[in-house]
Design a protein around this ligand. Structure first.
Ligand SMILES: [Cu+2]
Length: 571
């Protein structure tokens, strides 16, 4: 090849490289000032901790392939971490955010830069504090647009985030500290919210109700996020059906429904066509409360108003919401979703399984800990209400994060012996066992599951009726998983396995395991690091319904976790 030609080719290749990186990979920077601000809600003045003074916090929008750099300044009086819920954090596990799992907390007055590239995923995710109850007010949407600019469905006229949340009148940190001291879960919230606002049905809230103005005859995309702490929520819009097209940033076959159910942590993208009689219609959300033997949460719905244009304002029509304990409606929604085969980033279900785990999840009693002030059972000192996986109630480390301990090979922080089966086989979903004192005690420890790079892991979560059955939304960091099966009662390895959907199971990062039932997931451990697997009900995470999956490095540089950033917060 002539020198001139080679030079020309090199220049051309260089130009192409620059162009493609310009087109496909922006660096998106944001500053998060986490600070205390005064707000007035439900007729009360309150000081909350929020990002950049806003509730919800800023909506972050990126395109797939972009690198997000977030400068977090903790100007609040509390320890803080920020988790990017559902983001794979491929080889960037140091930016995942869960407290004492991948980092120590950012102390008041300190800062941390979270930098990561968002690859092989698009859709609606979100970010939230992963420390104590702070996520009650420290949260916001993360929207990942397709690099191509095209959805696998007609482009909607406009898109809106609809973030469902939960609100307390009291200081959530004080409340949590009190609850931990007593060994009980914290109080139920005082309101539910849509985009930070309780809505018309709550006192002193009408003026600030969220309003969504729409034009007749268009199709809108609502990116619904359940940012509530402890409640699954039903969501409806009066007189309207909508089409689910994605959940947890993963495309689904279009599913037409008039009700969506979201567990804390989950997202649902729906297409809404404004083809009804012009008017005003409430969108409303209130709990799906599956817990038996627990005080029921508040039943007042949070509302927003869908308002058609060119219309004198009329009083909005209210949808008929399902009853709080409507398990059939919740199950119908979650079990009807399937993934959209061949859509962007879709991959077939791995059929060869390397690691099989059967994991009971549920409530228990554990020792109170050093404070010994627990009062969960009258006349029985030093016990607290806890939650566990395979009878291990997770004890968070305090000296070092799990990821640091793993990376630097520090002993004494965790043990890699989380069991693949519960210590005892019993009739997990028999209500007669719910008061069995022989079954209720779960020791606290920091036991994790370690797997080889690229292993295919299958986990069957089995709810128990100990103390009371409940739908637990299980969330895995660092991965999406296939929900290959779910059902009620005890998992039957022969019968139920035959019914697994290995063709187009829904792909999620959070699965609500049916109350008194089971759910089976699979994922391929192709992201080295330490990834917490936990119930996304905040009170259950605090009570120990968690473990972590340690994924070893692979053989190449591109399957090896890089060293931590220099500003990683230390304990
Ligand atoms: Cu739970």
């Amino acid at each position: 090849m002539a020198r001139q030609e080679a030079g020309f080719l090199l220049t051309w290749a260089f130009a192409l490289g620059v162009m493609s990186s310009m087109a496909s990979a922006a660096i998106v920077e944001h500053v998060f000032n986490v600070e205390n601000v005064s707000v007035r809600k439900l007729c009360h003045d309150r000081v909350i901790t929020a990002v950049n003074g806003a509730l919800p916090g800023p909506t972050i929008q990126v395109s797939e392939g972009d690198t997000l750099v977030v400068y977090i300044f903790n100007k609040s009086p509390y320890n803080v971490t920020i988790h990017w819920h559902g983001v794979f954090q491929l080889l960037s596990g140091w930016a995942d955010g869960p407290n004492y799992i991948t980092q120590c907390p950012i102390r008041p007055g300190h800062s941390y830069i979270q930098k990561f590239t968002i690859t092989k995923q698009e859709g609606t995710l979100w970010w939230h504090a992963h420390v104590s109850l702070l996520r009650a007010t420290v949260y916001g949407a993360l929207i990942i647009l397709p690099k191509s600019g095209c959805y696998p469905f007609p482009t909607p006229h406009k898109e809106f985030p609809i973030i469902l949340g939960e609100w307390w009148n009291g200081n959530v940190i004080d409340m949590q500290n009190q609850a931990v001291a007593l060994g009980v879960p914290p109080n139920n919230s005082d309101a539910y919210t849509i985009n930070g606002r309780p809505g018309d049905l709550y006192p002193c809230s009408k003026k600030h109700t969220y309003k969504l103005k729409v034009v007749h005859g268009k199709t809108y995309m609502l990116r619904i996020i359940n940012a509530a702490l402890n409640n699954q929520l039903f969501f409806k819009i009066a007189n309207h059906k909508f089409t689910v097209v994605a959940v947890d940033a993963s495309y689904t076959n279009p599913y037409v429904t008039d009700v969506a159910v979201l567990a804390p942590g989950q997202t649902v993208d729906v297409l809404l066509t404004t083809d009804r009689t012009p008017g005003a219609y409430y969108m409303a959300a209130r709990p799906y409360a599956s817990a038996q033997n627990a005080p029921p949460p508040g039943s007042t719905a949070t509302t927003g108003i869908l308002i058609y244009d060119k219309l004198p304002y009329t009083s909005p029509i209210m949808p008929l919401l399902p009853a709080l304990n409507d398990t059939p409606t919740a199950y119908k929604f979650s079990s009807s979703l399937t993934s959209l085969v061949g859509s962007p980033n879709w991959m077939p279900v791995p059929t060869k399984v390397d690691e099989r785990m059967f994991v009971t999840i549920g409530l228990s009693l554990s020792s109170c800990g050093p404070t010994a002030t627990c009062k969960v059972i009258p006349n029985v000192p030093n016990l607290r209400l806890s939650a566990n996986m395979n009878n291990v109630s997770f004890q968070s480390p305090t000296r070092l994060s799990l990821l640091q301990a793993h990376y630097f090979n520090v002993k004494g922080i965790y043990t890699p012996d989380f069991p693949d089966h519960p210590p005892l086989k019993f009739d997990y979903t028999n209500p007669a066992n719910s008061n069995s004192t022989a079954l209720t005690f779960a020791p606290r420890s920091t036991r994790v599951k370690q797997v080889k790079y690229n292993a295919t892991v299958e986990i069957v979560f089995q709810d128990t009726t100990i103390i009371g059955a409940e739908n637990h939304p299980m969330h895995l960091h660092g991965y999406n998983f296939y929900v290959v099966g779910q059902g009620f009662g005890n998992f039957d390895p022969v019968k139920d396995r035959k019914k697994f959907n290995l063709f187009n199971p829904v792909i999620r990062n959070t699965i609500g395991v049916p109350a008194g039932g089971w759910a089976a997931i699979r994922f391929q451990a192709n992201n080295p690091g330490v990834w917490i697997l936990h119930c996304h009900l905040d009170n259950h995470l605090t009570m120990g319904l968690a473990t972590a999956i340690v994924v070893e490095n692979g053989p190449t540089l591109s399957s090896t976790l890089p060293p931590p950033p220099l500003d990683l917060p230390l304990c």
